[in-house]
Each structure stands twice: as C-alpha cells, then as structure tokens.
Ligand binder design. Structure first.
Ligand SMILES: [Zn+2]
Length: 89
C-alpha cells in the first residue's frame, strides 16, 4: 500500500519507524529533484537537507514495485534514485 504524507510530520515519522525497510519518494515536481530513497537513507533525516522536509509530497511504501508504479504514474520517467542510498542508477 502506498501512503501519501504532506505536512503530516507525526504520521510520516511513525511510518518511517514502522517501515525501516521500505521506500520513500520525494515528489518535488521537477525531474532533477524527484528522488526515490530507502527509508533508512540519511538524506531523509538531515534537518538541513531538503529531502527531510515534511512539507513535500512524500509517497511511501514497504513494497518497491507498488511505489515505483505510483512514481511512474506521477512523473513518468522524470525521477531518479538517490545516489547515496542506491549504489548506481
Ligand atoms: Zn537516499
């Protein structure tokens, strides 16, 4: 199941704690910034990093295939995987 969080800090943080092996997609609306992360990625927890902002549209799932399908429905191929939590591509 894909969950959507925006300005729901408590709910989002609870989800992260319960789904530490899941995935988080940050939807900025621009190809360069739309990023898919592992739920444990440090970028999501650095308060000085834009990827940690809870004012973003965040789509989260413990099921990678489901989340990827959602991401493609949102922005086609205009997104990428985080270079820090994914080794390549
Ligand atoms: Zn990441």
């Amino acid at each position: 199941m894909v969950e959507h969080f925006k300005n729901k800090e408590a709910e989002y943080e609870a989800w992260l704690q319960e789904n530490s092996t899941g995935f988080v997609f940050n939807y900025f609306g621009t190809a360069a910034n739309n990023k898919l992360h592992h739920a444990r990625c440090g970028q999501l927890f650095r308060k000085d990093n834009v990827d940690s902002r809870t004012t973003l549209d965040k789509y989260c799932s413990d099921n990678y295939a489901e989340l990827e399908a959602k991401v493609i429905s949102l922005c086609d191929d205009k997104w990428s995987k985080c270079g820090l939590c994914y080794k390549s591509g």
